[in-house]
Design a protein around this ligand. Sequence first.
Ligand SMILES: [Zn+2]
Length: 145
Amino acid sequence: MAEETATEKKTNPIIPFLRIPEKYPDDAAYLWGMQCGSCKAKFLGARLACGKCGETDKLSEIKFGDEGEIYVFSVVHQTVPGLEVPYVGAIIDLDDGVSVRANVYGLDPLKPDASWFGKRVKMFTEVTAQDREGNDVVAAKFKVL
Ligand SMILES: [Zn+2]
């Protein structure tokens, strides 16, 4: 027999390395990845082997912090239908030593400035869409500190 939970609405991450806790949004979503126990290299998301030293047995899951700085950015003026432009897309170096591609809010995309390089940012998440089954889809974004 079908359980009631089979039709329960879920909250799913838009990217596989974003973890949505059971009590989201009371508990904050976070980026996660793997760390190599041999060489200490860190990677976003799941890994079967260390990309730096090749280790396969000593990878363990780690939770990344939500702050970092803009490494490089681009102002996007054209994109797929349904997304508002212009916006600021960036590669963000997290303080934990990995980089993530995300949109940054709190900057005027019509006035890009070299001072944005290295600017401190903090991650936040929000429901940005519903999938075909009606589940909420949560995206990770960054805002200027
Ligand atoms: Zn390694």
